[in-house]
Design a protein around this ligand. Structure first.
Ligand SMILES: [Zn+2]
Length: 322
């Protein structure tokens, strides 16, 4: 009996070790909120619904096992079928997130770039983009509270940004900033193409590069935080919901834990005083809030220097871009 309990204890330890690797970081605890854009599936154009279901199930399962209170930002256009009506199987993908206790936010209906439309059209697209999500969340007594700007474009002018902020507040939305931009969409696209072609060896190389690339980006943004704030702020990571993130999230979570991170909800991240820093940068779509705060505080020269880049073979595998 004793040997059996020792065996069980050993198995438990190894099971925990698989999900919770020991941190190699000895500094103060690090915190990160994990956010996914372009739900339910960034590469839905190429993925049959059965594959989207498998991708979502795998990602949600990994988030649950790794105890990550993640939020996913929905592009509701992806839920519409060829006849222009909501497809229940696609809406059910969002139910998987809600069922696991995860949060959902608004990412506009059509992944609209504020740079390309009027503010009035953009605001209409935000409201159009919440209808299915709001109805699904209401059945659980919840409502969408967070908004993520597509392309991280928050406004071309100070006035436009303020008007949009006022609109969002009036509709009970909070802006979901990004401090660590995973910039992983091209990896997701490359992996999807390579997997669809059955090239599992190249897919494995893309996955390995992806995990390393995100680890490198964490290191780069941590240094930015120390340069700008003299400390490491609570971070908000942006990555995308796609086959690659679903297949890799266990490894990503292990990498983040090794860096000393614990996973927090976005609401806790934005309580960090850094998130109240001035942001005077406009017309800079695609820029992390951490860099915006840095530039607003006078760290302009070389702020983008040394940013980890996508390896050439990944860009090639992604094929011609739209
Ligand atoms: Zn997006």
């Amino acid at each position: 009996m004793k040997r059996l309990s020792i065996l069980i204890a050993a198995l438990l330890v190894s099971a925990c070790a698989a999900v919770r690797p020991v941190s190699t970081w000895s500094g103060p605890p690090r915190e990160v909120a994990i956010t996914f854009d372009d739900l339910p599936d960034m590469t839905d154009d190429e993925d049959p619904i059965a594959l989207q279901e498998a991708i979502t199930a795998k990602l949600v399962d990994s988030l649950r096992r790794n105890r990550v209170p993640a939020i996913g930002f929905v592009v509701e256009e992806k839920l519409i079928d060829d006849t222009g009506n909501p497809d229940p199987r696609r809406s059910a993908l969002l139910q998987q997130w809600l069922h696991a206790g995860l949060d959902l936010g608004n990412h506009t209906f059509a992944h609209t770039d504020l740079e390309k439309v009027s503010l009035a059209d953009y605001e209409a697209d935000i409201l159009r983009g919440e209808q299915i999500t709001r109805a699904l969340m209401a059945t659980r007594g919840k409502a969408p509270q967070w908004f993520r700007h597509p392309f991280l474009n928050a406004g071309d002018t100070v006035a436009e940004r303020q008007d949009l902020d006022t609109f969002l507040t009036a509709h009970n939305y909070r802006i979901a900033p990004v401090t660590i931009d995973g910039a992983d969409w091209i990896f997701g696209r490359a992996y999807e193409r390579v997997m669809a072609a059955g090239n599992t060896e190249l897919a494995r190389q893309i996955q390995d590069a992806y995990v390393q690339y995100l680890d490198d980006r964490f290191a780069w943004y941590e240094q930015k935080s120390r340069d700008i704030f003299g400390r490491e702020i609570r971070q908000v990571l942006l990555i995308h919901a796609h086959r690659l993130s679903a297949d890799s999230f266990d490894r990503l979570a292990a990498t983040m834990r090794r860096r000393g991170y614990r996973f927090i909800p976005i609401a806790r991240a934005v309580e960090d005083p850094a998130y109240r820093s001035p942001d005077t940068v406009v017309g800079e779509g695609g820029v992390s809030w951490l860099l915006r705060w840095g530039m607003s505080l006078g760290h302009v020269d070389g702020i983008f220097g040394g940013e980890p880049a996508t390896p050439e073979f990944v860009t090639r595998a992604a094929g011609p871009l739209d």
